[in-house]
Design a protein around this ligand. Structure first.
Ligand code: DX5
Ligand code: ZN
Length: 224
């Protein structure tokens, strides 16, 4: 089952309540929040107080992508604000296995995020305690970038690693997930799609955009 998750850093921040209402009606499956600290990536976005406000507008899962150094410091903060899934970067200053245990300890899905150049070997001793792997398909920090073609092979390599280990984490892809890329990332094994300016936030009618995107993904999935 392929899921679509609006990347909320791409939304109209002056109209988030209405945007979420429209996206919910259009069939969004989860909401992806890129949390940036200006240190792990050279950008800033949103914090737990905004998340707490938005939590009241939908029951769909909130997926928190911690693009920060020392993410353990923030897991409880975002869990308390209403997160359902939290991913942390294997490249950040962190004790990765302990961070994943901490996320699961709060009853949330635990994810590992990998930058494009980071090898899958970083997952070797934590794949068994990972609920999803967020493969960055652009370099992290900004929307509107270009998909890195070698990430197609990385997705299928990860699918093979998952099968070889007899585990079942979802494969999430994040960055320039366009209508051109979607059939290919699905074919290579991705199931959770982070959708930003490339495929979703391109019109004011987000309900229609989400609904059309959902149909496109369902059709692409059937063609595999
Ligand atoms: C990049 C972010 C992505 C991005 C997706 O650092 O993690 O979520 O905003 O949006 P587009 O489709 O513009 O790449
Ligand atoms: Zn992200």
């Amino acid at each position: 089952m392929a899921l679509i998750g609006p990347s909320m850093m791409c939304a109209d921040w002056g109209n988030l309540k209405e945007s979420i209402r429209q996206l919910d009606r259009g069939g969004a499956d989860f909401y992806h929040f890129d949390i940036m600290d200006g240190n792990f990536v050279p950008n800033f976005t949103m914090g737990p107080d905004l998340l707490r406000t938005l939590r009241a507008y939908t029951d769909k899962p909130f997926d928190i992508h911690l693009m920060v150094e020392e993410p353990e410091r923030y897991i409880d903060m975002f869990a308390d604000a209403g997160a359902n899934w939290i991913s942390v970067h294997a490249e950040s200053k962190t004790h990765l296995q302990r961070a994943l245990q901490q996320i699961r300890g709060r009853g949330l899905k635990a994810g590992v995020a990998l930058n494009p150049s980071t090898p899958l070997s970083f997952l070797e001793y934590v794949i068994d305690v990972t609920d999803y792997v967020c493969l960055m398909t652009v370099n992290p920090g900004f929307a509107g970038q270009t998909f890195i073609p070698s990430m197609y092979r990385k997705i299928s390599d990860l699918r093979e690693m998952i099968q070889a280990n007899g585990v079942h984490p979802e494969i999430q892809v994040d960055g320039n997930i366009s209508f051109e890329a979607i059939p290919q990332v699905l074919e290579h094994g991705a199931s959770w799609l982070v959708c930003g300016t490339s495929s979703l936030f391109r019109s004011d009618n987000l309900e229609q955009a989400a609904s059309e995107l959902k149909s496109f993904v369902a059709t692409a999935r059937k063609m595999i």
